[in-house]
Design a protein around this ligand. Structure first.
Ligand code: ADP
Ligand code: MG
Length: 222
């Protein structure tokens, strides 16, 4: 029972998107106002300022995600070695992987895989996929990352042993604000799909409930 989906673009109408952003930003703003009010009334606790800081971080994070979508024509592209991009991001996950009993395994079929891209954006996609895989693996396991030259494309697969995704949810991936997590934003995949689309690539997702998921990116060489 395997599901295959191809999504390169799933942006809703401007109205829906605007409503979503407004909603996501209003929540932390309301909370910030509440705490500010308490502080004005003389109740200053360190706990309050910590919450306020994390609410501000959340607003900043959401806005940063949307900046990627706003000016695609200004994105700079150069030749980057995908191997190097991974070397730059994998250390970020070391502590958390150990803590969650997750092994990150990489398999590159050649030393150098040069691709014309915006390195920071591709790294953002890789980070999003690895984070999601780790968040889906509550009881540990292996996340395998494969990079291969297939025909004239670079094929990057993220194979996890996580919860898998139901057929119903699979259809909704990439919708802005679609999340099944208590503290999720539901923006990671939307932004990732958009970035890969702008690179002329595609994303394919296969998943089996209870067994795991594979997120596959294909990018054209040259
Ligand atoms: P968020 O991580 O904030 O929820 P994303 O856009 O990154 O937002 O992901 C949207 C949803 O897609 C997640 O809430 C989760 O339900 C599902 N998902 C994404 N990647 C995986 C994965 N590797 N395994 C299981 N579910 C996933
Ligand atoms: Mg995510």
């Amino acid at each position: 029972n395997e599901e295959v989906f191809r999504r390169t673009e799933k942006l809703n109408t401007v109205g829906e998107l605007a409503a979503g952003i407004a909603h996501e930003i209003r929540n932390p703003l309301t909370s910030l106002k509440g705490f500010l009010h308490l502080i004005k009334n003389g109740e200053l606790k360190e706990e309050y300022t910590d919450i306020m800081e994390s609410e501000l971080d959340r607003i900043e994070f959401i806005l940063n995600e949307f900046l990627v979508l706003s000016k695609p024509h200004l994105t700079k592209y150069n030749k980057k070695d995908v191997h190097v991009l991974f070397k730059q991001i994998l250390p970020l996950f070391k502590t958390q992987a150990a803590y969650k009993n997750i092994q990150l395994v990489t398999e590159f079929d050649s030393e150098e895989l040069l691709i014309n891209c915006n390195g920071n954006q591709l790294k953002q996609v890789f980070i999003n996929f690895i984070k999601n895989a780790m968040e889906a693996m509550s009881s540990g396991g292996v996340i395998k990352i494969e990079c291969k030259k297939e025909h004239n494309e670079l094929c990057i697969r993220f194979i996890d042993e996580g919860s898998g995704i139901s057929e119903e949810n699979l259809k909704r991936l990439g919708e802005p604000f679609f999340t099944t997590k208590e503290n999720g934003t539901g923006l990671g995949l939307m932004v990732s799909f958009k970035i890969i689309q702008e690179h002329g690539g595609t994303i394919q997702i296969k998943s089996q409930l209870g067994r795991g998921s594979t997120f596959e990116i294909k990018l054209p060489f040259g």
